[in-house]
Design a protein. Structure first.
Ligand SMILES: [Zn+2]
Length: 87
């Protein structure tokens, strides 16, 4: 029950949501030691129990706003994702 995107058909592309925040040193104590999530950009596992890059993306749906919280290995992956669909 970690993902805020549950209920969506799938993770949004970067141009389907509004990036409201990015934190290059996010830690999340709700995660256990050794927990990982896949990097949104390259798919590599990201250790979410230590500092990592995490974003908040607001996604509009028919019910209101959902928040999606992708994680990234580093700021390069974040930048690649954030710019991938934006011209
Ligand atoms: Zn990555």
């Amino acid at each position: 029950m970690h993902a805020s995107a549950e209920g969506l058909a799938g993770p949004p592309a970067s141009d389907e949501g509004t990036i409201v925040n990015v934190d290059a040193t996010r830690t999340n104590r709700r995660y256990l030691d050794g927990d990982t999530k896949a990097c949104e950009a390259c798919g590599e596992p990201v250790a979410v129990d230590t500092e990592h890059v995490g974003a908040w993306v607001r996604v509009d749906d028919e019910l209101g706003n959902l928040f999606y919280r992708p994680v990234f290995c580093d700021e390069e992956c974040w930048a690649a994702w954030a710019t991938s669909s934006r011209e």
